[in-house]
Write a protein of this length. Sequence first.
Length: 58
Amino acid sequence: MLAVAAILLSLAYLCSCVASRKMKKEIDKQPQTDSVDVFVPTHPPVVVPHSWRESGKK
Protein backbone atom coordinates (compact mmCIF):
# COMPACT_ATOMS: atom_id res chain seq x y z
CA MET A 1 0.00 0.00 0.00
CA LEU A 2 2.83 2.38 0.87
CA ALA A 3 4.64 1.57 -2.38
CA VAL A 4 1.52 2.37 -4.42
CA ALA A 5 1.13 5.71 -2.64
CA ALA A 6 4.78 6.53 -3.27
CA ILE A 7 4.43 5.70 -6.97
CA LEU A 8 1.28 7.81 -7.32
CA LEU A 9 2.86 10.77 -5.56
CA SER A 10 5.99 10.56 -7.68
CA LEU A 11 3.89 10.45 -10.87
CA ALA A 12 1.90 13.47 -9.72
CA TYR A 13 5.16 15.31 -9.00
CA LEU A 14 6.58 14.49 -12.42
CA CYS A 15 3.37 15.61 -14.15
CA SER A 16 3.44 18.93 -12.31
CA CYS A 17 7.08 19.46 -13.33
CA VAL A 18 6.26 18.79 -16.97
CA ALA A 19 3.30 21.18 -16.85
CA SER A 20 5.40 23.96 -15.30
CA ARG A 21 8.08 23.53 -17.98
CA LYS A 22 5.47 23.85 -20.73
CA MET A 23 4.16 27.07 -19.17
CA LYS A 24 7.71 28.46 -18.91
CA LYS A 25 8.36 27.74 -22.58
CA GLU A 26 5.14 29.55 -23.56
CA ILE A 27 6.14 32.57 -21.50
CA ASP A 28 9.63 32.61 -23.04
CA LYS A 29 8.18 32.59 -26.58
CA GLN A 30 6.53 35.98 -26.07
CA PRO A 31 8.59 38.73 -27.74
CA GLN A 32 10.59 40.97 -25.45
CA THR A 33 10.47 44.56 -26.64
CA ASP A 34 12.16 47.53 -25.04
CA SER A 35 10.31 50.80 -25.32
CA VAL A 36 12.63 53.77 -25.78
CA ASP A 37 9.78 56.24 -26.32
CA VAL A 38 8.38 55.90 -22.81
CA PHE A 39 10.91 56.17 -19.99
CA VAL A 40 9.90 54.51 -16.73
CA PRO A 41 12.14 55.58 -13.85
CA THR A 42 13.39 52.81 -11.60
CA HIS A 43 13.79 55.01 -8.53
CA PRO A 44 12.34 58.25 -7.16
CA PRO A 45 14.06 61.52 -8.02
CA VAL A 46 16.84 62.76 -5.75
CA VAL A 47 15.74 65.79 -3.74
CA VAL A 48 18.27 67.92 -1.86
CA PRO A 49 16.56 69.33 1.23
CA HIS A 50 17.00 73.04 1.87
CA SER A 51 14.98 75.86 3.34
CA TRP A 52 13.38 78.72 1.40
CA ARG A 53 16.05 81.09 2.68
CA GLU A 54 18.87 79.17 1.02
CA SER A 55 17.33 79.49 -2.44
CA GLY A 56 17.99 83.27 -2.53
CA LYS A 57 21.66 83.01 -1.60
CA LYS A 58 22.74 81.54 -4.95
